[in-house]
Design a protein around this ligand. Sequence first.
Ligand SMILES: NC(=O)c1ccc[n+]([C@@H]2O[C@H](COP(=O)([O-])OP(=O)(O)OC[C@H]3O[C@@H](n4cnc5c(N)ncnc54)[C@H](OP(=O)(O)O)[C@@H]3O)[C@@H](O)[C@H]2O)c1
Length: 276
Amino acid sequence: MSNDIVLVGAGCMGAALLPGLFKGFQKSRILVVDTSPLRREKVAAMGVDVASAIDNIDGGATVVLALPPNSFSGFASSTLALKGHAGLVISVMAGVRIATIKHALQICNVVRAIPNTPAETLKSMTVFCAATSVSLLCLEFAERVLSLFGEAIRVESENLMDPATAICGGGPAYISYFAECMRCFAVEQGFNDDESALIVAQVLCGTGSLLSVGDRRPMQLCRDVMTPGGTTARAVEVLDRNNFKEVVGDALLKATIHSRSLGCMVEEAENERSHR
Ligand SMILES: NC(=O)c1ccc[n+]([C@@H]2O[C@H](COP(=O)([O-])OP(=O)(O)OC[C@H]3O[C@@H](n4cnc5c(N)ncnc54)[C@H](OP(=O)(O)O)[C@@H]3O)[C@@H](O)[C@H]2O)c1
């Protein structure tokens, strides 16, 4: 195989990375590897080469691992072509630690990243962290690749990757959950389905655009809308009374802890495999 990019896993996250990859690489230089025939069929329809496994790989190819964390150990043990790979390996798997990937594949150039599904519209928020063994060249290249999907920031401490998984990776789900609550209310109040969906989408989109310009923090935007004693203040009082902030904090903490334990589970599976 002679490819610049090999994407392993074209599920919800992997497929969302494709528009960004198409922006940065020729389609003819991308290979998508997925065990699901249905996913392969979908990707092949976009004019991209597909395969069910990596048989051999160019030393300089960049590999993006977007397969489920619990499939990683099996993938690593069965993908001999990737052992000792010299090129960059970017993992977007939740929880799986850099050391585990380095050990399983016997490689140095590993970057752990957490993008999110808005990558599909080139609006991902990606947080990434690099192994200390990553060459400067690979690091710069990784930043360029991850920036194809939207915004990308690098953190030094890998400990931040679990909260990043909770906040960035899962973020679109919580926001959509909140949006669904607002949409249901709109429908209950008499807006039709289309109107309700448009109202909520535009409110989120407009608020997102305000949050992304200048240096206004969310609470300032909240106060700008919340005239004291006015209608919005009544709603926010209810959220405060019901400890909304604590509820959100608890939810994010649960997701963070799960990301950490996923990392431990994959490491254990990998240790067991290598001692067999
Ligand atoms: N979804 C998100 O928003 C999000 C955000 C950040 C990070 N992530 C991470 O991204 C990864 C993928 O998540 P996802 O939501 O896209 O999962 P998904 O929708 O289940 O897609 C995973 C894909 O990988 C395939 N696969 C499984 N084992 C494989 C192997 N050994 N070789 C090649 N392909 C394989 C699966 O095929 P089968 O159906 O045949 O198993 C499936 O098509 C996970 O590690 C997740 O933690 C996800």
